[in-house]
Design a protein around this ligand. Sequence first.
Ligand code: ATP
Ligand code: MG
Length: 562
Amino acid sequence: MDSDHQKNFLEEIIESDLASGRVKSVVTRFPPEPNGYLHIGHAKSICLNFGLAEKYGGKTNIRFDDTNPTKEDEEYVDSIKEDVKWLGFKWANEFYASDYFDQLYEWAKELIKKGFAYVDDQSQEEIHKGRGTINEPGKESPYRNRSVEENLLLFEEMKEGKYKEGEKVLRAKIDMSSPNMLFRDPLMYRINYTPHHRTGTKWCIYPMYDYAHGESDSIEGITHSICTLEFDVHRPLYNWFIEHLGIFHSHQYEFARLNLTYTLMSKRKLRELVQEKYVSGWDDPRMPTICGIRRKGYTPESIRMFAEKVGVAKRDNIIDISLLEWCVREDLNARSNRYMAVLDPLRVVITNWEEGHGEIFEGPLNPADKEGAKRNVPFSGVIYIDRADFMEEPPKKYFRLKPGGEVRLKYAYIIKCNEVIKDHDGNVIELHCTYDPSSKPGAGEWRSVKGTIHWVSVADCKPVEVRLFDTLFSEPNMDSIPEDKDYKDYLNPESLVVSHAYAEPALLEDKSGIAVQFERVGYFYRDLKAEQEEASDGGNVVGGPVFNRTATLRDNFKAGKK
Ligand code: ATP
Ligand code: MG
């Protein structure tokens, strides 16, 4: 870790715990519920949990918090593991809360025996009402003072499937007038007959989060159980269960969850976007999911860099999405291969070029690597340049192509614009230029002109489809949307623009496996899945290979400002 890294509060806690001997070595866990795909907020939590253990020579478990069979599925387990691996982390153990169902059941009986838990026959609604409010104490359930024997029998019958869903629950017996609402006899177990993705129909009672989570941490010997801020009110209950069972005491610490502008992190809403087909899937490149961001061309390095820069806050805040973009540019700028592609083509005919003649220029794959590999860039007498690189009536200090002006074609000759060809409506459709043979790179003295533009040779270029992504939502702070408004009304109608471009042929031979830079345009990542989908859709890929725009080159984020 860099020396100017200021210790965050978790690092300080860990260092003091190690120094005082409270813990011998650090054990953390990442505990996703397998009910959806991971998003960039989870990536933050992964980087934090694995990062802390790595830094202090400890270890991290992955634990699937699979205590609700209604919402969970194996598909999600697989995707979560894939995403954690992709981010570059290795877990010490792969555990499931469901591995602990027997132990949790035994401990629940122990709490019943100690008089700390009871079976309640009230309906969900009655229980809810009986809780009271912040200003009003709750009411004790009429079933609260059942004998230990009766509770043990009823709890066993719940387990054996004698009761319907909702007919009975197990509650901890704490304090119905506690100012902490979670202490007002919280639920420990509920009945659910949905088969579980791992335990099948063995169980029909399932532990609630507050009971299962701390006990799972304890079983695994988790020393620092890190979760998001909204769980701070749960901490006393987390401790209560551990202390009343007298088991290994894990400690819970809370940090602010990651929020990003122009997107949202609620799994429920992300699932809705997928199910109602507002996006093409969990891995739609506009989604804040790890698989979506990956498909867009983000690298694991850029996400880890982002997590580091965001830091660990104790107060909720919202991070500007441009910081994430800044990180991917930073990483790709250093190591991506360069190619030229023209997104909005304007045809240029070089009138003094010998017809049928072709030349090959050389361009570095990565300019930062002077000794590095080169690519061949074919040139001929008809090329495309980008429309944005020509202006008929330019302002002063316009250094790209203009009538009578000169410009350098990257890696190739200087050309001069002599004639502008238009259609009947006055639209520019072609430029006639001449090239300067003496301006050939490597031949004689280098003549410089103010502007250099990218181009492709019409005879050699390849058509590609480019998918230009913008933010998924048009509202920066999606948490600020009033309750009575539908968040889907804020979807950005221009979040995806499909365009057709021409690229130099070497692009299609790229073997780097990461996003490439289209010079002067942005970073793009090939989408083989989209190509397969198009192929199976229409039988042939009309637009050619598909490239997703990872990020533009423009950077409106000031590094260091954060
Ligand atoms: P759910 O709404 O389904 O509970 P969740 O986002 O809390 O969703 P979990 O699978 O329970 O999802 O989360 C796994 C871990 O990731 C938890 O420790 C949680 O605190 C953390 N986490 C989830 N969202 C964020 C976020 N936006 N920023 C940081 N950490 C997060
Ligand atoms: Mg959760």
